[in-house]
Design a protein around this ligand. Sequence first.
Ligand SMILES: Nc1ncnc2c1ncn2[C@@H]1O[C@H](COP(=O)(O)OP(=O)(O)OP(=O)(O)O)[C@@H](O)[C@H]1O
Ligand SMILES: [Mg+2]
Length: 263
Amino acid sequence: MSIDLSKLEKLAEGKTKIIYKNPDDVKTVFMVFKDDITAGDGVKHDIIEGKAVVDWQTNRDIFEYLNRQGVKTHYIESPQEKVSLVKKLDRKINLEVVTRRVAAGSILKWGNEEEGKRYDPPITQFHYKDDPLHDPMLDQTYVDYIIKAKSGTEYAKMVQMNEKVLIQLEKAFSRFDIQLIDMKLEYGIIEDDVYVIDEITGGSFRLWPYAHKNPHLNQPNVIKELNPEDRLDKDTYRMGGDLGMVQSKFGEIAKITAQFKNI
Ligand SMILES: Nc1ncnc2c1ncn2[C@@H]1O[C@H](COP(=O)(O)OP(=O)(O)OP(=O)(O)O)[C@@H](O)[C@H]1O
Ligand SMILES: [Mg+2]
């Protein structure tokens, strides 16, 4: 099957993806990846040729893995390069849900958190998706208010699902001697239930390789067990790495997630 995107109606276009109507099924939409990369709430922006294909592959392999683990996601299949078929959202929840296993990035600024501190159980934070406001963190009552929760269980479901995804992905990456540091997901309502939506790609998490074989990861701070300088994720771009380097790191992630089908 070949899908001619030029004949489809565009429903939405964001920074990294375009959503098209599926003429054959009102309950699904096509999600098409773009070569754009952004950081700093959209202030930093570049185009990396080939990034769309690599993101599409990573996204496909991660979502297929999560679907096999029984996580409720919008993902159905990837019928053609750069194109995924997903369940259409009934309602978007305008949140980024972050779960952290190891302290890195913005959490270091919020107190006396030392880089490499390990959180067990992992910790989860909710951020309001709004670039001009810099995605402020929200508390549960405000999250419930935003969702206009009918059943009142959406918040708890998102916490539980985010933790489950972190743990499943942490397990998968550990097979390749890589630690999942933290991760952000987005959610929406489909047929009155909470689903993981959007994309999971190199910009969705931090990934640091193990510093040596058999690292001792069950201790209060794991920084000496890991090698942040060899990070595979979008921090390479945020920190000003050249675009070729960014693309090669994203390619490394795609090679790893391609092997998730065997685990
Ligand atoms: N299952 C889905 N059904 C319909 N729309 C979806 C689905 N999953 C994601 N989208 C939408 O796809 C659009 C494009 O995504 P993209 O990530 O490029 O946007 P963005 O510029 O990053 O904006 P956002 O901050 O909303 O993510 C977004 O509006 C997102 O809500
Ligand atoms: Mg987005």
